[in-house]
Each structure stands twice: as structure tokens, then as C-alpha cells.
Design a protein around this ligand. Sequence first.
Ligand code: CUK
Ligand code: CUA
Length: 642
Amino acid sequence: MKRSINSLLMFAILAGIFTSCNNGKSNKNGDRGALSSNAAEKVYVAPGEHDEFYGFFSGGYSGNLTVYGLPSGRMFKEIPVFSQFPTNGYGYSEETKPMLNTSHGFIPWDDLHHPDISQTNGKLDGRWIFVNGNNTPRIARIDLETFETEEIMEIPNSAGNHSSSFITENTEYVVAGTRFSVPVPQEDISIKEYKGKFKGALSFLSVDQETGRMNIKFQLMMPGFDYDLSHPGRGKSHGWFFFTTYNTEEAHSLLEVNASQNDKDFIAAINWKKIEEYVNNGGGKKMPANYAHNVYDHSTHNATSTMKKEVLTVDPTKVPGAVFFLPTPKSPHGCDVSPDGEYIIGNGKLSADLTVHSFDKMINAIENEKFDGEAYGIPILNFEDILAGTVKQAGLGPLHTEFDGKGNAYTTFFISSELVKWNVETREVIDRQPNYYSVGHVMIPGGNSAEPFGKYAVSMNKITKDRYLPTGPELEHSAQLFDITGDKMELLLDFPTHGEPHYAAGIPADILAPKSKKIFKLENNKHEYATLTSDEARVERDGKEVHIYMSMIRSHFTPDNIEGIKVGDKVYFHITNHEQDFDVPHGFAMIGANNAELLIMPGQTKTLVWEPKQVGVWPFYCTDFCSALHQEMQGYIRVSPE
Ligand code: CUK
Ligand code: CUA
């Protein structure tokens, strides 16, 4: 790729020419894309019937994960992860507040980019889904029986946790790569000292196979580039992980003159098995680091937050044969590995071509020690030696690729706003379909695993414009569902998503649905403040603190008349839901309580704090319509002067 074309692309990006495929054409009623004639039939899920797939969509700056049915495009749930969520009190209740602890304090927001479902032998197993927080670097694990966030690990020495949270083929590790290189450890130095001083930490978090608990096994301290996306090897390339980089110029200000000069940046190939072995034999260096590890326990219905004090770091030059650079044109963004583990596709976002590296060739070059120089002591392989081929003139601005398991790849092109299907072996383009508009990621259920379910592809578009009724200048993003079972992709459906979905993960419903009927047994409730029978319901005063042990069942609270509370007290409502039927929550709201409501599932205990400021008699009520007597589910608290 010559520099002049690069400049042209950069111009297109800077000028905001996002909808080039639309060419100013009116989209009103007429131009609907390649709409299949029986599209309605293909996405119609009759009332009472279920969808074939779950789709988990990142909520971007909503901080949450949303759950959709495919092919219908119906949204089932929003799972709060990095955000306080008034709907069910996550991040507001005393039990869940610790989930949002970090070394920077209580941070109830983040930018969630990439969900990835746990795997066994490279196949989706539906145990957990991992997601990243981009801003205050964190990785969260959501349990797929309860659809609740169970764990959040902060990532030290990292900033802009972007090449995350992808997993190895047996969920041995979930990775977290830094987008920004930063001083490690942090220090007060001139930004101009970036080059050579800043480091890019790539973290490998081991996952306990029983509990799912994460632990930062090691951090690889890479040169100060920007690390973008990553993908695990699988099959023959199991044991490797690949990370795209940009700004290998190490500019501290990323105007084009600084950061897009190199014709090629790198994909970093990491042999994590080698590093694991090195670390297991006592290699690496412990360094002090402050980071929070937050865990939610389903028996105590409580989260705890622990501050960790050190992390193990590894210098890549100390582990020979573990880290290599694969030159890849032009500022690669997505990095995707084919289901058989042979092809590593680098989507150079300033390019019109796609680069396909060969894993076999890479190993060959490494074994023959055929290097083309080095960067900070890390060998650079020769581009021609490792190249399987290029997909020529495939589109403009490639971002991400998924696979259908039938030998085809599907790559999104942001600038030319299209989804392009091509054959992985021949690298010939088979079909292209416009996307409305400016697509980011594409998702095929299992499409980044060894066993994709190649029936549908969903493109997640950045610009919505005229796809829906206008709702002011702020619109939800637009997703598009394609049938990919034929040679040509068929557009079936548009549906709005919530927040900004960067990526999504899909899984057949029959893997997940049977598990998620779980309910919490009241007799297993180990919450410190649980009220297990209504006889135990009571009010206890401890100085200015008042603990109300309350139970709830259709359709009353026990106790429901409370006196003896004073202005200036701190009142804790510890409420236990005594229902034991699936899908019978109760809610709780207290007038003047400045946090959210609680939504309490059968068998659970949750706590809301209330600090009354005014004397009087104040009501509380159940917020969830639970029976014909729901409206009667209420009570009063009398507040007397101090
Ligand atoms: S990134 Cu958003 S389009 Cu965070 Cu996966 Cu490429
Ligand atoms: Cu309980 Cu409404």
C-alpha cells in the first residue's frame, strides 16, 4: 500500500465520509439493501416460540451487556456489569456496590467492548461470558446460569483495556491487552519521554475451571506500542495468542504525521504456553501493584472487594522463542484466526487489501530463524515468509472478520460500509452486501471459535441515520441480520441495539436455555442478614444504625409497620424474598431513599440504605407487579425527631 492511497483513506476518515456506499441517495422507503423476498418468514418467531440463538451484545458506553434473540432481534435482558443499574439495584444495593470498586475508588461506569463465551476444545460451552471495561481497565465474568455479573478484576499497569477479553480454547486464560502504553510503574514524567519508556502490558488471567475465578497469572511487558485487538490460536496454533498493534512509531501524539508513517505495524505472536512454563518454573518478576478483585458469591448474595498488592511481570526478551512480530500493513485493527487455527487475518484499517498470514509458515520461519531485524529485542519475521496471501481490493477500511465454519470468512469494511464474504483458502471475494451504515464488528454465533454456527451474521453498525423513526439527534445504533446459508448473503432484518455494541457473542439457545432456569434455594441462603422465616423478621438498633430484617412473599412485607426510627439514623432494609417459584421477584422502594429500588429474586436477600431527614410517617412499596394484591404490598415507617 502506497502512502498516497493511505493519505486518501485518512482523508476519507477525517472528512467523515462514512456512507460512501449510499452516495447521497435517498433511503426513504426505497433502498432497503438486498432484502430477501421471504425475509419476514425467516425472522418471524411466532408468539410463544423461542429464538434459535442467544446474542450477547456489548453495550459500549452503557457499561452493560444486552441479550437478544436471533433471528428475531428481540431484546430479552440488559445485564449490568460496569454501571449502576436502577432497574434492579445493581451497584446501588449494599451487596453489589463492592463490584464497582477499583484502585481509583468507586467507578460506576465503563466502556464495554468485547464479550467472549467460554470454550472447551475450541467449542462454545456456555459456562461464562467474559467482557472488558475499556476505560478503567477491568475484566468481568458473567455467569450464564444466573446471567449475573459474578466477578470483576481490575488490570494494573494497563490503560484502555481494548484487546480484551478473548479466551484460549479451553478457557485456560482470558487476556487483557493495554491500548495505551503508559509508564510502568506510573510516574510523573514528561509525555515527550514516551518513546522507549512507556510499556504495553499484555495480561494473562488464568481461569479456575470449577468456579471461573480469575487470577492475573502474568503480565507481559511489551514495547510501548498501542495494542488493539487480539485472538487466540486454536487447533494447531493452540498455545499462541495474537495481538494487533498500531503506533509502532511510538508517537506520543497520534496525528497522522506521527503514527501512521510505518508502512507496516505488527501483529505480536505470543507463545503463552512457553511463558506459562517459564513462570511456573519461577520466572518473572513480582512488582507492587494496586488493583481490585471483586467477587459476587451466590450463597451469601454478597460481593466482596479485595485490594491486590502485587503482580508478576515478564520481560519478553527473557523468554527466547516466546514472542515474535509479524509485519502487517496498515495499522491493523482486528486480528482473527480461522477455525482450523492456520490463518491469522490482519485487518489493516487504512488499507484496501486484507493480509492473511499462515501459522505453518510462521512456525517454519521461526524454526529456521529467518528474521528481518528486531524491535526492542523481539525478532521481526519477514513479511513475505509468513504471508499466505492477500485478499485484493476487498473494500475500504477493513475492521473485523468472523467465520462460518464452511471455509468462508466475513469481513467488515467501515469506510466502504459493507460486509464482504470471501473464501479463506482461495482468498477470492464471493459476495458483498452494503451495511447501513459504517459497520464495525460482525458476529456469527461461534464465529470466532473452532466450531461456528454459520447460519446468521449480524453486522453492528456505527451510524444509524435514516433506518428508524428519528428520536432527536441521539439514535440507538443499528444492527443488521443476514442469512449466510447461501452463496449470497441475504439481508433479513434491521434492529436497534443499546449503547454502542462493539462486538457480540452468539450461542445456540439449546446450550444455554436449560441451564438458566436456576433459582436460589432459600435454605441455601447464607446472607448474614437473611430472614429465613417470617418469625425472624425484626428491627434491631445499634447506636444510630438500625437493621430491619424483613421478609417478603405474595403479597406482603413482614414487618410492615415500623416505629422507633429517628431523623439522623442510618436504616438498613435487609429484605429476603421467600418465594421459591421461577420468575417471582418482588421489588422494594422507599420514599426519599436516594439510591435505586431493589429487585429481589426468589431466595435472595438484598439491602437498601435509607437516611431519613424529615419526621413523619413514610411509605414503602413493592415495585414489581407480583399478584392481584400487588398494590396492597406496602408498609409505613414512622420517623421521630432526633
Ligand atoms: S473495536 Cu469497536 S469496531 Cu473496541 Cu472491537 Cu473495532
Ligand atoms: Cu410484591 Cu408486588
